[in-house]
Ligand binder design. Sequence first.
Ligand code: ATP
Length: 369
Amino acid sequence: MAEVEVIRLAKSFGTHDIIRDLDLKIEDGEFVVLVGPSGCGKTTLLRMIAGLEPTTAGEIHIGARDVTHLSPKNRDIAMVFQSYALYPHMTAAENMGFSLKLAKIPAAKIADQVARAAKLLHIDHLLSRKPRELSGGQRQRVAMGRAMVREPAVYLFDEPLSNLDAQLRTSMRAEIKRMHLEEKQTVIYVTHDQIEAMTLADRIVAMRAGKIEQIGSPDDLYNRPASTFVAKFIGSPAMNLLPAELAGGEIRVTDGPVFALPPAFAHLRAETGRKVLLGIRPEAFHLSPAQAGWPAFEVTASLIEPCGAEVYVIGDLAGQEVTLRLAPGTAPARGESRSFFADTAALHLFDAVTERSLRDDDDNQGQKP
Ligand code: ATP
């Protein structure tokens, strides 16, 4: 196991700057998930750490070593991709042990390592099967086992579950989490899937156009997003953002209600005329206020989406389209208007121009634009 440090890393393809001056330190045993929109450079960053892509500038350290110019096989990493090419003529055990065999590790030691990884991955009963006799999820476990037997210092995962169906994804996700809790490997994991990011990560790195927008725990990114970019990217359905203005200790929602600044934004008391965006997550709307002072918002429902355990209501709030997440049976009918109360502790404020959070305890580690 080892820590990973990326220092002022840059990558350009021709005149295209893909990764720009990026600093990132991953602790020994930490599970870090890279998220961001398509094309923001997640895979490129991972491939540079793996040594599959040369750097344009900067350094990569794994443990105590500067590996920037080392070949992938000398970096002590293992990478698991979305597509997992297993050798079709080899059994699961042979596939898993192949790299150790190439490294001339004694057969008994290989068998031990394979058995240990197989036990962790719950595939010990499948070791004598060929890939064609395995399901997609089982094959993906063999591919992970192949990485694990080498006991690398760092695991790099590039969307390893994206080829699996929804149910398998969920069970593999839990498996990966359990394994990390037991083995405490250092993991860097790229995904598009928010639930994977939220459930697996010790820390999430939200990337935007080759830079880090925010680094923090899943709770930080969800509850204290540093910008509207992160606020909209983490959480589904996305956070609602309403144009508003500050005036004498109040928030005035454009064409909507006026209410006192919540305590987290009390430092903005003296500001008047500043344009802001008020952020309200879909679940922050309630039918009645739990505390005095919760502002009320009139919402006219235009679409009702029942999802079993919850119902999404899409509607109009002061001329803006918003989404509310409500308990089944509590949603208004289509076309109906109703007042909802927003939890003041769950409100967010962003500067309308910079789109950065105005929370005063905001100490995210995002790079400056
Ligand atoms: P996705 O989520 O879609 O996988 P990503 O965040 O992983 O995206 P990358 O695959 O890292 O993004 O790509 C970042 C940018 O670099 C993209 O604009 C891509 O087109 C470009 N890119 C990647 N590899 C190359 C290459 N070999 N030559 C030129 N451009 C490349």
